[in-house]
Design a binder for this molecule. Sequence first.
Ligand code: HEM
Length: 184
Amino acid sequence: MSNDQTEGRQTGRRAGNQARLRAFVAIALFVALLGGLLIGQPDNLYLWVKALHIIAVMSWMAALLYMPRLFIYHTDAPVGSDQSETFKVMESRLLKVIMNPAMMISWGLGLYLAWSVYGFQGGWLHAKLLFVVLLTGVHIHFSRAVRVFAGDGPRRTARYWRLMNEAPTLLMILIVIMAVVKPF
Ligand code: HEM
C-alpha cells in the first residue's frame, strides 16, 4: 500500500510520526524530571526515583502483556493481507515507542535503587534480579518475533503465543512479591 493511501489512517506515516513525537515528548519530560531530581537532590529522592521506577515498570509490563496478544491475531492473518500489514505496524510501534524505552528506564532506575539503597545486597534483590533477567529474555524473544513477522518469516502457532502470554504474567507476580514482601 502506498504512503499516500495510508496517510490518513492510524497505521499511516503521519499517525506514526505523531506517535513517535508524543513518545519523544513523554520521554523528554520524564528525563527532565529525573535530571531535576538528581540536581535538586530532595530529601525524599529515593521515593521519587522509586515512583518513576514503578511508572516505567507498569509501561513495560503493559507492552509485554499486549504484544503476544497481537502475535495471536497476527498468526491468523494471511501473509500479505491488509490485516497482516496493519499488525506489523502495531507491533513495530508498540516495540519502539513503549516496550524498548520503558525497559531501559526500568533497568536504569532499578539499578540506581539497588546500588544507592541496598548496595546490591539481599537475597530478595538477587532473586528479583534473576527474574528480571528472565523477563528481559522474554522481551528479547518478543522483539525477534516482531522482526520475523515484519519479514513474513516462518510463524509459530497461536497456541505457542497463548502459552508465551503467561511468561510475563508469572514473572511479574514473582518480581512484585520479591520487591514488596522481601521474603528472604
Ligand atoms: C529492571 C530491573 C529492576 C531492578 C534492578 C529493580 C530494583 C528495584 C529496587 C532496588 C527497588 C527498591 C525496593 C525498596 O526499596 O523497597 C525496587 C522497587 C520496586 N520494583 Fe523494581 N527493579 C527492577 C524491575 C522491576 C520490575 C520488572 C517490576 C515489576 C514487574 C518491579 C517492581 C517493583 C516494585 C513494585 C517496587 C516497589 C517496592 C516497594 O516499595 O515496596 N521492578 N526495584
